[in-house]
Design a binder for this molecule. Structure first.
Ligand SMILES: Cc1cc2nc3c(=O)[nH]c(=O)nc-3n(C[C@H](O)[C@H](O)[C@H](O)COP(=O)(O)OP(=O)(O)OC[C@H]3O[C@@H](n4cnc5c(N)ncnc54)[C@H](O)[C@@H]3O)c2cc1C
Length: 457
């Protein structure tokens, strides 16, 4: 049976539900199609579950470190992975249920369960049902990339999705990949008590970030006992007798479990995208313009699948951009967005804007301020003095270059981000009074001691 609708939203990730609800509230008849759990990656196997697990891992780490705070935890610390997982499952379930009740209580919005494929540019098929719509919004997200490594798939291996089902402590978790997803799991499982080895094929971890940031994150992980190995190109994986061996050009690493975390690919391969005539780029991300419209004027792509962001906050911002343009007459654009993200190892990294290499290449007269966490009262009081704050400003315009950079301290980064959005001079912060004792209070002080970036090695 074919139903005629005003809009179909494919994927209930971080943009889809909000968009579907706004469209329905605007009086449109809308179907939201989801093939798996409401909330997409973030809710089911991304941000929310990993940060919930990280909180358990931090509790374990704090308990083990208790003596250094003058607190005795007698009887030692043991981890019940089944309870750790149950706590994570409960938090995920709560998020899903709250989304379900929001969607279910929205007039004009129908939730359709199943896999959606385009039949043509205006028709979407879900099983036997066909939906013809005036407007289609694609929010299909991405999934873990599984590289074509000989032997990998001939035995068990984990991705961020199957990691969510683990309720036992691996004896030795070997992680292929040295970026965000890999490092969060690395520290988490080390803190749970597993032996952890990280194999990164490049010369350093989190290669998109500055060398000093990358080196500091590596140092923190190694201090906790994570075995970090760089320049390790994997050539083969062997599975035998319940063990896994990762063969690299730097030697063989044997473990009990293998996590592959080497990037993401968009879910655009089984969407009938070619039948609809929607253009993809070379990496199969959906091509969009600055308002997130595809080459078809009635189809938009939002979230990870458009390649313009890879975070929950960018997906949600995509929803805001589309809703503002379509429903509010407010011309918002992706290019207004300043890149910002966090890495939730402990202590966390918060970063906004340009990295040091980009700043050097920009041709600006860049000044930099840097302050180690050992000089931040809040960090000393908490006994968490790893890391630093780092900010770059344009020495001529006094603006924090359209982008900026801040080191470890994830919440403090927003003080910088807001001033960047206001396009205000850095003196707006350097003369601001922040609360004591916080990490943010050192941001003004850091900006009072700027030196030319060029002079730094
Ligand atoms: C381990 C991990 C940790 C992360 N941590 C963070 C973090 O701390 N902070 C952060 O900002 N980001 C984080 N991310 C990234 C974040 O989860 C994603 O950027 C975000 O979820 C993307 O949202 P989305 O709306 O684009 O797509 P998704 O959330 O992936 O949702 C897409 C939805 O579409 C559905 N779908 C796909 N194809 C079809 C189809 N054909 N028919 C019907 N439904 C379909 C999928 O089932 C899914 O529910 C993390 C990611 C991972 C993997």
């Amino acid at each position: 049976m074919k139903q005629k609708l005003d809009a179909v939203v494919i994927g209930a990730g971080q943009a889809g539900p909000s968009l579907a609800v706004r469209l329905a509230q605007a009086g449109k008849r809308v179907a939201l199609v989801e093939r798996r759990g409401l909330g997409g990656t973030c809710v089911n196997d991304g941000c929310i579950p990993t940060k919930t697990l990280i909180a358990s891992a931090r509790a374990a780490w704090m308990a083990r470190s208790a003596a250094s705070y003058g607190v005795d935890v007698s009887g030692g610390v043991s981890i019940d992975m089944k309870r750790v997982k149950a706590r994570k499952d409960a938090v995920v379930q709560e998020s899903r249920e709250s989304l379900a009740s929001w969607i279910g209580s929205t007039k004009g919005l129908t939730l359709v369960s199943g896999h959606a494929r385009f039949e043509d540019a205006r028709t979407v098929r879900v099983g036997e049902d066909l939906f013809e719509a005036e407007q289609v919004f694609v929010n299909v997200g991405a999934r873990a990339f599984v590289p074509d490594i000989p032997g990998l798939t001939s035995g068990p291996y984990l991705t961020n999705t199957s990691m969510m089902d683990v309720d036992e402590l691996p004896e030795h978790l070997v992680i292929v990949g040295g970026s965000y997803v890999a490092l969060e799991f690395a520290q988490m499982y080390r803190r749970f008590g597993a032996r952890v080895t990280v194999l990164e094929r490049g010369p350093r971890l989190i290669a998109r970030d500055d060398e000093d940031v990358s080196a500091e994150v590596r140092r923190v992980l190694e201090l906790e006992g994570v075995d970090v190995r760089v320049d390790m190109k994997v050539s083969r994986v062997e599975h035998a007798a319940g063990r896994v061996v990762v063969v690299t050009d730097g030697g063989r690493v044997e473990g009990s479990h293998l996590l592959v975390a080497v990037g993401r690919v968009p879910n655009t391969d089984d969407l009938g995208i070619e039948r609809a005539g929607i253009e993809l780029d070379a990496r199969r991300y959906i091509r969009v313009d600055d308002e997130l419209r595809t080459n078809l004027p009635h189809v938009w792509a939002v979230g990870d699948c458009n390649g313009r962001g890879a975070f929950t906050h960018t997906s949600y911002n995509d929803y805001e951009i589309v809703a503002a343009n379509l429903l509010d007459g407010d011309a918002r654009r992706v290019s207004d967005r300043i890149p910002i993200y966090g890495l939730f190892v402990d202590p966390p990294l918060g970063r906004v804007g340009m990295n040091e290499a980009e700043a050097r290449a920009s041709g600006r007269r860049v000044l930099v301020g840097k302050r180690p966490m050992t000089r931040v009262g809040r960090a000393r009081e908490r006994g968490e003095t790893h890391g630093f704050i780092k900010v770059m400003v344009d020495g001529d315009t006094k603006e924090i270059p359209r982008r900026g950079d801040l080191g470890i301290g994830d919440e403090a980064v927003h003080a910088i981000a807001d001033v960047m959005y206001a396009r205000a001079p850095y003196t707006t912060i350097s003369r601001a009074v922040h609360t004591h004792p916080t990490v943010s209070e050192l941001v003004p002080t850091t900006l009072q001691s700027l030196e030319p970036l060029a002079a730094r090695p």
